[in-house]
Design a protein around this ligand. Structure first.
Ligand code: UTP
Length: 252
């Protein structure tokens, strides 16, 4: 079944990028000539997504001012509100009433290049009949990611931000996923963890324990989680040194 909808969580508080984020959502901070989240929207367009659902907090009007209806991207962009910052699982659940089939999720503050990474992830998910597919890569710092225990192309379990000793591999989730609607049921069964947040990692573990086919795919290329001023500078430095131009075009 084709994946026609994409959901972008963008309702976080962005405290590490303060004081800018007191005025604008971090997802609107620029990487090159576009807001970081616009790169994600472009990747969705390239992947054949027709409707993009952006999850915003009640204060984040800036995102709808920036994108409007999505007409200039040839996409339909809609907005749902996450009332409180209760974790990524909760942000995804905020889209339940507008998602009606298989869908992709990409974090709104993550920069990827080339932008075809998402098309590749979705193609892999469809070809291998995954229930859930998690985009991963070898990460330098396991303590910043959800780390998977791989077996073949399946995930046997995930641990959120483990210590280096706890980590069962160096393969970390990069903030790009493909799901079926069943993920909503798993999220509803997920107990809040650290700081009362509903972690998507815990919901995926519930699916694994239910015997669902949870796959991973390695994402090649560049990935920068734009969470801190240093990451923002790194993403811009990379962008400017790679002579990138154009609208929703391929970057490399
Ligand atoms: P982060 O983990 O970077 O959290 O979210 P944050 O609140 O934005 O930033 P800090 O930690 O305060 O600096 C990763 C992505 O998930 C979204 C964020 O908007 C960001 O794009 N998110 C996170 C939500 O939409 N809702 C949440 O409850 C948490």
């Amino acid at each position: 079944m084709l994946v026609k909808q994409g959901l972008i969580p963008a309702a976080g508080s962005g405290t590490r990028l303060g004081p800018f984020t007191k005025a604008i959502p971090k997802e609107l901070l620029p990487v090159g000539d576009k807001a970081v989240i616009e790169h994600v929207v472009c990747a969705m367009q390239i992947a054949g997504i027709e409707e993009v659902v952006i999850v915003v907090s009640p204060h984040k009007h800036g995102l709808s001012d920036y994108f409007g209806s999505g007409k200039r991207f040839g996409l339909n962009i809609t907005y749902v509100v996450q009332d409180e910052r209760k974790g990524l699982g909760d942000a995804v659940l905020a889209g339940e009433h507008v998602i009606d089939g298989p869908f992709t999720v990409v974090l709104g503050d993550n920069y990827f290049a080339p932008k075809t990474f998402l098309k590749d992830l979705i193609d892999f998910h469809i070809q291998n009949s995954g229930e859930t597919t998690v985009g991963v890569a070898e990460v330098e710092d396991v303590t910043r990611h959800g780390i998977i225990t791989p077996s073949g192309d399946r995930i046997l379990g995930m641990v959120e931000k483990p210590s280096p000793e706890q980590a069962k591999s160096r393969l970390g989730a990069l903030g790009a996923y493909v799901f079926k609607r069943d993920i909503f049921d798993a999220i509803k069964r997920t107990r809040p963890g650290f700081k009362g947040e509903i972690q998507l990692t815990d919901s995926i573990n519930i699916q694994i324990n239910d015997g669902r086919k949870v796959l991973y795919k390695k994402i090649d290329g560049i990935h920068i989680d734009v969470g801190t001023p240093r990451d923002l500078m790194k993403a811009n430095d990379w962008y400017l040194n790679h002579n990138i131009n154009g609208d929703c075009k391929e970057d490399l």
